[in-house]
Design a protein around this ligand. Structure first.
Ligand SMILES: [Zn+2]
Length: 179
């Protein structure tokens, strides 16, 4: 082991972390080597100083004195934020509110439209059937009315044949008073 190896292991030696064989060897080297023993002494002194320092402590979060300065700095900014007028969220329009296009609404509209379509188709079929019936009845009524109103025409009377034009039946006309 050379001096460099000793330097690398001095801290571990001071902390008592070396294997016994290594520790023996290192201590023998320190007795012989002035440079390494000096370095070991320096390191030991540094460690002693570090141990004398107060342990690092977390900020005392629970103490008001820790928060007071921060609050003093933050308070004005918070106040200003609160004073600033809040932009009102835009009100949704009537149709947007009442007929919001949501998946549920789409499903309901679709079902309604399908039901309406089916219903109208069925209604059409029924209406067509009713129409045909009405037409049939109307024709029957018209036929019977025609028969009532116009009884079969009587056979036309044949005009009597006259020998000549000297005698003709003349219709009586009261204005003339005579024949
Ligand atoms: Zn040495």
């Amino acid at each position: 082991m050379d001096c460099n190896t000793v330097h690398d292991r001095l801290a571990a030696w001071l902390d008592g972390e070396l294997a016994p064989a290594d520790q023996r060897w290192l201590e023998q080297h320190l007795e012989r080597c002035m440079g390494c023993s000096q370095q070991a002494a320096d390191l030991a002194e540094q460690q002693e100083l570090l141990e004398q320092l107060p342990p690092p402590s977390l900020p005392r979060l629970h103490e008001a004195s820790f928060w007071a300065p921060m609050q003093a700095k933050l308070a004005p900014a918070l106040d200003e934020l609160q004073r600033r007028p809040q932009p009102k969220p835009p009100k949704p329009s009537f149709w947007r509110r009442e007929l919001a296009i949501t998946p549920v609404a789409i499903t309901i509209y679709g079902a309604l439209m399908a039901a309406l379509l089916l219903w109208s188709v069925r209604l059409n079929v029924e209406l067509d059937a009713a129409d045909a019936q009405i037409q049939d009845l109307t024709q029957q009524v018209e036929r019977s009315e025609r028969l009532d109103a116009a009884p079969l025409p009587l056979p036309a009377e044949p005009e009597p044949a006259y020998a000549n034009d000297s005698f003709r039946p003349v219709n009586y006309t009261p204005e003339r008073g005579h024949f």
